[in-house]
Design a protein around this ligand. Structure first.
Ligand code: 13P
Length: 258
């Protein structure tokens, strides 16, 4: 069985509408006619405000291999939550993915493992797929607590799910010390954590679920280091920040995923 591979671009809070549409067109051009492997899904995660526009643009360009995803959503189905966006709304504009639990949301918006469990449930209920982020900060890595931290994040947010729901979950391991710092985890460090995560899923849900789950690496992944990261046996793609904002770099990263 070939696991689904994913290369996702998290644009974070960048780009005006015009810039976002330009980037989408440039990426489509940079990918050209090269056919991507059938098991590879590319996902663009622009600011939520542009999801519908980018989705329609991709349809217009016949870029069927590119999906769109949101960077966050609210845990409630609807209601009086001024400024928030529900998973059903994201689904209604044609998006297929939602990033949940990014370390920036954990750090700046105090998102806890419990809250992220509720958000994950909301996303799955809306029929969308989750890219669930986990990862330790520098202190935790230096104290050799990184596996413990990641295990707790996954256990508290995801291990109440039923085995069948795991077909809709991808995990992104993003060590906080590697995000936006230019300091990438080495392929050995990344592979070791991915292997650990797969083992953890296996212990909870069995080998079949563990083997089918897509595990992404994120944190200063770029056009120069994607090849060696993606060559690791338990790394099934990437969640890319800065380098996804440049069509040339992002297309090189996409091509690195065989
Ligand atoms: P950078 O690729 O800019 O380090 O960001 C990674 C990230 O946070 C993706 O979600």
């Amino acid at each position: 069985m070939t696991r689904q591979k994913i290369v996702a671009g998290n644009w974070k809070m960048n780009k005006t509408l015009l810039e976002a549409t330009q980037l989408t067109v440039e990426l489509h051009e940079a990918l050209g006619e090269t056919s991507l492997p059938p098991h590879l899904q590319v996902v663009l995660c622009p600011p939520a405000l542009y999801l519908e526009k980018i989705k329609s643009l991709l349809t217009l360009l016949h870029a069927d291999h590119l999906a769109v995803g949101a960077q966050n959503c609210h845990q409630a189905a609807n209601g009086a939550y001024t400024g928030e966006i529900a998973a059903d709304m994201i689904a209604s504009v044609g998006a297929q993915y939602v990033i949940i639990g990014h370390s920036e949301r954990r750090a700046y918006y105090a998102e806890t493992n419990d809250l992220l469990r509720d958000k994950t449930t909301a996303v799955l209920k809306a029929g969308l797929r989750v890219i669930f982020c986990c990862g330790e900060n520098l202190d935790e890595r230096e104290a050799n607590r990184h596996t413990q931290v990641v295990a707790q994040q996954l256990r508290e947010s995801l291990f109440d799910l039923e085995a069948a729901q795991w077909q809709h979950i991808a995990i992104a391991y993003e060590p906080v010390w590697a995000i936006g710092t230019g300091k990438t985890a080495s392929p050995d460090q990344a592979q070791a954590m991915h292997q650990f995560i797969r083992q953890l899923i296996g212990e909870q849900y069995g080998k079949a679920v563990a083997e089918q789950t897509t595990l992404l690496y994120g944190g200063s992944c770029n056009a120069a280091n994607a090849d060696e990261l993606f060559a690791c046996p338990d790394i099934d793609g990437g969640l890319i920040g800065g380098a996804s904002l440049k069509a040339k770099d992002f297309s090189t990263i996409i091509r690195a995923m065989k």
